[in-house]
Design a protein around this ligand. Structure first.
Ligand code: PLP
Length: 493
């Protein structure tokens, strides 16, 4: 039995497992086809011996169970979600409606290309749109997340270097502010990594980068703006230096929401990019999915793109090309997360280039407005104008003995989601705030007031911070145990 409701301790606790034998929430009409002996026609291996142990519930119980579960979760549709680096912006509902249209959702992955021309056209157009936004020559839609996009992009670099006989190039350079997935993907793709420090500006230290470049370097992975929310102003010089040394430049597109429609990674000199559709192009984030991490490349990497790739022939017929002999192969079941691709396509068509540009500009404006509101009490880790997000150093704020984790947990009691904390690692007691373009000035002012109130509580009432959160369905968890030994289900005796 799990008690998920802290407000009604005197009442019977909410029971999670509510199934009761023989209770049903459906009616199946009497069979109008002749019965057959399954055992003799299918063989005993496939013949089920009894009714499977599925929950037995009435329809209202099911409706209440899932509605209640949905209410336990904090989400962008219920509150402000400034989770830095995650771009938790509003997802227009039209995206979901279009993705649930049976003309899309009822397609079967094994259908012939001739039957799925509309879906293939959508994917082909999306490949072209992403090329336009990223400044690349071609795109693959196969990977299912940003991190998988990184892995795929690095396999492309590897295949390219191998095709040139440059197998000794086995080091990927990664800035110290990079997301943890960057070095992890490089290692998974068979490379070694070397860290490049940030300089006093919070940007890649150009001198240190140049020192690290040699004939073992396969490439450099970067985000721009970087994870401190700062634009890497030296990017053209960086690109030139990496290319001169024979390396490739990888763009982690997690921060594209700052520049989409304004500047393009391809024009900055990047050879490979991934785009997190579930960030910039407004498809929902889930717990580890569903997502989309399409990978874009410059011309020299096209031969290695994953299979299948959507092609259009001179008669205007679309097909899934499986023939590319130099391809790194399939990287996901079928061709990627189709429902997410539909959502991204609708979002892009709905906004158009000027709308996407406006969104990026508003995201940057909102971040700078919120930074300015917070600045008197919460100095940013780096001065100056930020892009779509900024990082506070809570060590510099007067929060008594309280740490970033305490502030983050207490914010939940005020009905807002916490910022990302303790990332990037280069900032002590980091709180990384990304308001996104979808928030109003009132929401930003409200958040700023809440932050200031929490700071006062840190000094005046530390116990309230230490015990927080008090108002959430589940109180403070031991996060290590919760991650390693999660209790997902408990049955009634
Ligand atoms: C900078 C950066 N790179 C890569 C990723 C990984 O993306 P995904 O979560 O889609 O795998 C993230 C995710 O938050 C990120 O913020």
């Amino acid at each position: 039995m799990i008690d998920l409701d802290p407000h009604h301790k005197d009442l019977e606790p909410t029971i999670f497992e509510i199934s009761r034998k023989d209770r049903v929430g459906y009616q199946i009409p009497a069979s109008d086809v002749p019965e057959i002996d399954l055992e003799s026609s299918l063989g005993s291996m496939l013949h089920r011996g009894g009714i499977p142990p599925i929950p037995a519930l009435s329809e209202p119980q099911v409706a209440r169970h899932f509605t209640r579960l949905s209410q336990l979760n904090f989400c962008i549709d219920t509150g402000f979600y400034p989770l830095g680096s995650c771009t938790m912006k509003y997802n227009p509902k039209i995206n979901d409606q279009m993705a649930s249209d049976p003309d899309f959702s009822a397609l079967h992955p094994m259908q012939d290309d001739a039957d799925t021309q509309g879906a293939l056209e959508l994917m082909h157009s999306l490949q072209r749109y992403l090329c336009e936004y990223a400044g690349m020559d071609d795109f693959s839609l196969c990977s299912l997340a940003g991190a998988q996009g990184e892995f795929v992009g690095l396999l492309l670099i590897r295949a390219y270097l191998e095709s040139r006989g440059e197998t000794e190039r086995n080091v990927i350079l990664v800035p110290d502010s990079a997301h943890g997935t960057n070095p992890a993907s490089a290692i998974l793709a068979g490379f070694k990594t070397k860290e490049i420090p940030s300089d006093k500006r919070g940007l890649v230290d150009l001198a240190k980068l140049k020192e690290a470049l040699n004939d073992q370097v396969a490439g450099l992975m970067m985000t721009n703006p970087n994870t401190l929310g700062l634009f890497e102003k030296d990017i053209l010089e960086i690109a030139e230096a990496v290319h001169e040394a024979g390396g490739q430049l990888y763009y982690d597109g997690a921060n594209l929401n700052a520049i989409a429609g304004v500047a393009r990674p391809g024009d900055m000199g990047f050879d490979v990019v991934h785009i997190n559709l579930h960030k910039t192009f407004s498809t929902p984030h889930g717990g580890g999915g569903p997502g989309g991490g399409p990978v874009g490349v410059k011309e020299h990497l096209i031969p290695f793109l994953p299979k299948p790739h959507v092609e259009k022939n001179s008669d205007g017929v679309y097909s899934l090309d499986q023939k590319n002999k130099d391809s790194i192969g399939a990287v996901s079941g079928f061709w990627g997360n189709f429902g997410i691709l539909v959502r991204a396509y609708v979002y892009l068509r709905h906004h158009g280039l000027s709308g996407i540009r406006n969104n990026s500009e508003m995201a940057v404006l909102n971040a700078n407005y919120l930074k300015a509101l917070l600045q008197p009490e919460f100095p940013p880790a780096y001065p100056g104008t930020c892009m779509h997000e900024f990082v506070l150093n809570l060590k510099k704020a007067d929060t008594g003995d309280q740490r970033a984790m305490g502030v983050a947990k207490r914010l939940l009691d005020y009905g807002v989601h916490a910022p990302t904390v303790y990332f990037p690692l280069v900032v002590p007691e980091a709180a990384m705030i990304e308001p996104t373009e979808s928030e109003t000035p009132e929401t930003l002012r409200n958040f700023s007031s809440i932050m200031k109130r929490v700071r006062e509580e840190c000094v005046e009432n530390p116990a309230i911070i230490e015990g927080a959160p008090w108002e959430t369905p589940v109180r403070k968890l031991d996060e290590v145990t919760a991650a390693r030994n999660p209790v997902l289900i408990e049955t009634v005796g």
